[in-house]
Design a protein around this ligand. Structure first.
Ligand SMILES: Cc1ncc(COP(=O)(O)O)c(C=O)c1O
Length: 384
């Protein structure tokens, strides 16, 4: 299938096709494609008059979300737990993995707090130590992270795949192999990478992956998923116990048996009831990625990011914070200029959604953006 961005815009993002807004802020929150809006609107109507549809209508959103997210990750649905955000998946890792006092968790300085506070909570609860490896030239230092794995008592490495501040992308295949060689758990916050980049959790040897779908996966707030490697699904006890995690609860005549036996799959980590209407929308959004082809989406977003790199090269008063190497970035591009506030004001005046983070203008284009839209944004960023 050819990647027809005009047809995609007309069908799924009609406001973009009409030129109502240049939306380059997917690193903050993604808009919903038309199919997700439709699914959500229909599900909300059905929720209001829920006797009109059976429960299976809503449950289908849960089942499809597990299946489709598994396909995006090269996992199996049995390894997927539906969550409401990234933090739930990170907390699952921190609280389910069998840490003991004195164990060390390695991460990088500059991490988004969603991947820090749950581990600080673990420090307080269990006497585990979180050690943050300093950055190099303000980017996560992959070599130093690997060197830190050989410190005493290291049990876990937890990283963001792509940095929220700089857009720097880590080599998960490399990090995963280094962890596995040492018997160290590998936990990944994938929210800033998945969508603009493709991933294979098996090739990366990831133990637990946490992902909110509200940004790059163009899904409602309160939707997300966690991947738990099959062997760990069996081995780990869920830190929060849900009633629908037990097969006994699937039989609504057996509620009061209180049969404390989990499903043998990642449903054991889910704590229901979830936002069912929003999960219908997440399933719709994930289907868009799979229909377009995750690799095609990646190629499109990379070409947009390449455009930003080329524009920054040699331009006076402009410094690209994001690594120029295409293997070291995804869709999040951060540009430093002297007067960030003025550049941001010009972007706003030009109708460009963006954010200012950690010393850079953050432009984060997605699967339906165009180089023409980027040109409007870059002209506004250009120092005066
Ligand atoms: C790296 C990273 N992790 C997590 C989050 C958000 O966490 P949650 O989905 O739990 O709100 C963000 C952005 O807000 C982020 O940039």
């Amino acid at each position: 299938m050819t990647y027809d961005v005009d047809a995609l815009r007309a069908r799924e993002f009609p406001w973009a096709a009409r030129g109502e807004r240049i939306y380059l802020d997917h690193a903050a929150t993604g808009p919903l494609p038309q199919r997700a809006r439709d699914a959500q609107a229909e599900a909300n109507l059905n929720r209001a008059e829920l006797w009109r549809v059976g429960f299976d209508y809503f449950w289908d959103g849960v089942v499809r979300s597990r299946e489709l997210s598994a396909r995006l990750l090269n996992a199996s649905p049995e390894e997927m737990a539906i969550t409401t955000n990234t933090s739930m998946g990170v907390n699952l890792a921190a609280r389910a993995l069998p840490f003991k006092a004195g164990d060390v968790v390695i991460s990088s300085a500059g991490e988004f707090p969603a991947n820090i506070y749950p581990w600080m909570g673990l420090e307080k609860a269990k006497g585990v130590f979180l050690e943050l490896v300093p950055m190099k030239h303000r980017l996560p230092d992959e070599d130093a992270l690997i060197a830190a794995l050989d410190r005493p008592n290291v049990r876990c490495l937890t990283v963001s795949w792509v940095s929220f501040a700089t857009g720097a992308k880590l080599d998960l295949v490399r990090l995963g192999a280094e962890c596995r060689a040492r018997g160290i758990w590998f936990v990944v916050d994938a929210i800033q990478g998945l969508g603009p980049s493709t991933i294979d959790v098996k090739a990366c040897q990831i133990d637990i992956l946490a992902n909110g779908a509200q940004k790059w996966l163009l899904s409602p707030w309160g939707t997300g998923f966690a991947y738990v490697r099959r062997e760990l699904v069996e081995a780990l006890d869920p830190p929060a116990v849900g009633w629908l995690s037990m097969p006994a609860s699937a039989d609504f005549t057996r509620f009061l048996d209180y049969d404390y036996a989990f499903y043998p799959d990642a449903r054991k980590f889910e704590v229901f009831t979830a936002p069912m209407h929003d999960l219908k929308a997440m399933a719709a959004s994930l289907s868009l990625f799979l229909e377009l082809g995750p690799a095609n989406v990646e190629a499109h977003v990379r070409s947009l990011a390449d455009h930003v790199v080329a524009w920054c090269e040699g331009r006076p008063g402009v410094r690209l914070i994001t690594p120029a190497d295409p293997l070291r970035r995804a869709g999040l591009m951060s540009i430093a200029v002297d007067d960030l506030a003025a550049a941001s004001a010009r972007l706003t005046a030009a109708g460009v959604s963006h954010t200012v983070r950690e010393g850079g203008i953050r432009l984060s284009p997605s699967l339906y953006n165009t180089t023409a839209e980027l040109d409007v944004a870059l002209a506004a960023v250009e120092p005066r």
